[in-house]
Design a protein around this ligand. Structure first.
Ligand code: MD3
Ligand code: FE
Length: 214
């Protein structure tokens, strides 16, 4: 379903076996060095979500090759299979339509080279923000595992209304390209205990796959 121009939700894109494989990979990436960490904003506030990065390390606000705001270790590599998954996700979301025009130009096909894996416990949330630290307009690919959440998709003008609330469930794909690439968005709450019991995950994981343009 196209929620806004260039913002396409594909419920159940990953079957349970694929969710299991992706979760197993996330568990290995979460281990130190350069593992799961709590991000501290320049204001001093800590994010309630915990994050691990692949390919490039995101910190507020930029990308680095080492965990500059943590243990200093080199960021883990971005695996080729994850890049193929991102390209397939974009193709499946947009179908045979040409990719949406971005800021008045066509996006150049670029290789996905960043993953941000966010872990939400039952209390975690993410405030309304824009993802503007990438130097590429390529679509962002989002994959959800575990508990459902309320995903809030806003507008490009600011963090306030109008917005659309969408339920994201385990296995869902969401692709944000074209005019949606710079929309404000957030996660006001998760729904503890709603994930597939067979997955064996307490909480929620979200992977975003991105093109750094670096
Ligand atoms: C719209 N993650 O990592 S996924 C983030 O569920 C982030 O962890 C949320 O926002 C999460 O930055 C939301 C959906 C999402 C991700 C990236 C986007 C929506 C987006 C980038 C641009 C526009
Ligand atoms: Fe975001």
């Amino acid at each position: 379903a196209e929620v806004a121009p260039g913002a396409v939700h594909v419920p159940g894109w990953l079957d349970l076996a694929a969710q299991h494989r992706l979760l197993a990979a996330c568990r290995t990436w979460a281990r130190p060095p350069a593992g799961l960490r709590t991000v501290r904003m320049p204001t001093g506030a800590q994010m309630s979500v915990r994050t691990v990065c692949l390919g490039w390390h995101w910190y507020p606000y930029g990308y680095a090759r080492t965990v500059v705001d943590g243990d200093g270790a080199p960021v883990k590599p971005f695996p080729e299979w994850l890049g193929r998954m991102a390209a397939q996700a974009v193709a499946d979301a947009y179908g045979t339509e040409p990719p949406p025009a971005v800021y008045g130009t066509e996006p150049e096909p670029a290789a996905y080279d960043i993953a941000l894996v966010n872990f939400y416990d039952g209390h975690a949330k993410m405030g309304m923000h824009q993802d503007a630290d990438e130097k590429s307009a390529a679509p962002v690919v989002s994959l959800s595992l575990g508990d459902s959440c309320v995903f809030r998709f806003g507008n490009t003008g600011g963090r306030n209304r109008p917005w659309t609330d969408v339920e994201l469930r385990s296995g869902d794909l969401f692709v944000f390209g074209g005019p949606s690439r710079l929309a404000f968005h957030g996660v006001p709450r998760t729904r503890p205990g709603t994930g597939p019991a067979a997955l064996g995950l307490t909480g929620r994981l979200n992977l975003t796959l991105r093109v750094s343009g670096l």
